[in-house]
Design a protein around this ligand. Sequence first.
Ligand SMILES: CC(C)(COP(=O)(O)OP(=O)(O)OC[C@H]1O[C@@H](n2cnc3c(N)ncnc32)[C@H](O)[C@@H]1OP(=O)(O)O)[C@@H](O)C(=O)NCCC(=O)NCCS
Length: 467
Amino acid sequence: MATVFRQARADEIAAVLDLCEVGFAHPVKARNAPAGRDESSGRWHRAIFSYLYGRGDYLSEWLRVAEHDGQLVSYVGIVPRVCWLWGEPISLASLTPVVTHPDYRRRGMASGCMRDALKYLETHRIAIAQLYGHSWYYGRFDMVEAMPWYETQLPACKAAGARRSARVRRFGKDDLSGVRACYDRHAPKKMTLAQVRSADSWWQFHLPGDERRSHLRDEPTTPMTDEVLVATADEPQTARSGRPARKDRQSIVGYVVWRRTERHLAVVEGFCDDAVVASSLLAALSDRAGDRQDIVLQLPPAQSLPRAALKLGGEHRVRPPQGTFVRVTYLPALKKWFARVVGSRLKAAGRNRDLTLKTELGTLALACEVQAGGPWKIKARYDRPSGSPHGAAPARGGRAYGRAATRRRAVSVELPQKALTELILGTRPAEDIANDHNVLLTSGARKLLAIAFPVGYPYLLEADRLF
Ligand SMILES: CC(C)(COP(=O)(O)OP(=O)(O)OC[C@H]1O[C@@H](n2cnc3c(N)ncnc32)[C@H](O)[C@@H]1OP(=O)(O)O)[C@@H](O)C(=O)NCCC(=O)NCCS
């Protein structure tokens, strides 16, 4: 009885959705612990994925299926997207869902689909794979848990006393472009890993509660409580005309997306132009929280809202990552990123040393050249791994450098892809990785790695085409 791992055909979408529904109606919660039937989970997953596959821009080749004796028994869905990685756009794909028919579990079906999906990403030059899933399952695919749980807890009574200089009100449809502009001002620049939102995701995500996710409206299990608050300021008068600002023209200077949970009021997204706006938004949230309820900001600590909450007496915790997995799938796609981001960090620290990172996916090499008293030149190179089916990359000899150029000894690091993923995302301190027994370093590498790869706070929400 043969199993074939392949892409789905366009006429198999209905069968794939049946598989999705029956698979999620029989969840496995913990290792060795099937969780019993949950029909509503099956229906909910069917609803979101039928929306995704029905959108018209979803390709059936993104569905990697296992066919066993003519029946579809397992599949992994791919959702390609673009993300900001330390301020530079990179290609990333979310893998969702991963599901096997209950009668065919523990036979390597999902593993086969996962490997096929990862191969697809490599072939299509997608730099990074990401997914949200069981902690006990995805390590075997060399994925690392990458998004910590962020929590800044602020009692509502402390937020109530915050300065309320900015006006805050509920989001209205006309605010969409202002909220988008606010996101674009902040998310790309300040965050380790953030999603580049498609126009469609904005439309779905930031509509008021009763209009949002309309394809899920009939689903009883869907939380429909997200609300958006916006902070506004009068538009400044134009410098040229010198005319006074029109009171009816306001710009969005901050926003928060919040939801009420059983225990607290949770903020799942929010950006502000400055600390004054942040404290105004926190004060407005305190009006919505009950007297004894806490406001919990599930946001990376470097953002302005958590910082403002800390000043008001909040407490901050970063708990270890759980559930969000990431791995590098196609290393050459990170070459430009390596030159721009890592190169500029070395430049800022005045370290003109060449840095080579060798992993099983190939080698990234950074050459920093600086003319005496002159400008820096930073170039990155990718070499295929020696066992690559395309053969080893041709050896490149030393390049000719101008006489005035100062060059110092190269630093090289040999490390597993998993450790490289952690370095890039900053989820493990470079010093810690340098101490790993399976990481080989030349002298001077520890210090250079710490400069090249600071600690970061990835923040990646659900795949944006889903809702
Ligand atoms: C998680 C899921 C996709 C795994 O599919 P699968 O085809 O059984 O996976 P594989 O056969 O490739 O791998 C199974 C491995 O996972 C672990 N595992 C999965 N289910 C298990 C169970 N009930 N008991 C013990 N281990 C289990 C085991 O390590 C097993 O490997 P082993 O049999 O060699 O010990 C499947 O259980 C499923 O569809 N669950 C419901 C939907 C879901 O939760 N999807 C994942 C969202 S992240």
